[in-house]
Design a protein around this ligand. Structure first.
Ligand code: BEZ
Length: 211
């Protein structure tokens, strides 16, 4: 069964490169990203894990815990970590789950048999502090993900959670945002002290509130 937006992220217990992890307990009150890798010792995954390790301070700044998964045992992950450090210049600084029995991959529907019946696709799940799934993305094994885009989406999700705003097409941090339709003009005047522009009754923009 697919994991959909708004669902509670399925909980699990599994071994990782940082020891046993009970997922919900490990998340605590943080946001989380769970992302899958088709297999250990594969080239695209190696570049992705190096890139995420370098971006770790950006995830920390946003109170987001990062956890990867690959359908191989943790012992293999630990050997692979040496290659990641050697080739990408970054030490693995977040846990990588072992999923040799594909328990988590099945729980999160990360194996798409018509693409490949043993390897996972490149799934991304962003989970909020309420443990609910806020974003899912699926890439094929052959395409490395854009983790700058994932940071951008987290910025958008956190703005929505904290300020009742949405973000327009191609929005980037620091640009104007959209007042969500459920907020009346009268309430928007109170909520957004920098003011808002009413282009249409349903299209109102305001400077990014946390800048
Ligand atoms: C890779 O990570 O490079 C990869 C993994 C599985 C299939 C294709 C590419």
């Amino acid at each position: 069964m697919a994991v959909r937006l708004g669902d509670v992220a399925p909980d699990f217990e599994a071994d990782s490169t940082e020891g046993k992890i009970r997922f919900h307990e490990w998340l605590g009150n943080s946001w989380g990203i769970l992302f899958s890798h088709p297999k250990d010792f594969t080239p695209v995954c190696t570049t992705e894990l190096g890139a995420v390790a370098k971006l770790k301070p950006e995830f920390d700044k946003r109170n987001v815990k990062v956890i990867g998964l690959s359908v191989d045992p943790v012992e293999d992950h630990k050997k692979w970590a040496g290659d990641i450090e050697e080739t990408q210049g970054a030490k693995l600084n977040f846990p990588l789950l072992g999923d040799a029995n594909r328990k988590i991959s099945d729980l999160y529907d990360m194996i798409h048999p018509n693409a490949n019946d043993t390897l996972t696709v490149r799934s991304v799940f962003v989970i909020g502090p309420d443990k609910k799934v806020k974003l899912t993305i699926t890439y094929p094994a052959s395409t490395g993900r854009n983790f700058d885009e994932i940071l951008r989406v987290i910025d958008s999700l956190q703005l929505t959670a904290n300020y009742s705003v949405a973000t327009p097409v191609n929005w980037k941090d620091g640009e104007d945002v959209i007042v969500v339709p459920s907020v009346s003009d009268a309430d928007a005047e109170k909520k957004f002290p920098k003011g808002f522009k009413r282009i249409k009754p349903y299209l109102r923009v305001t400077p990014q509130p946390n800048k």
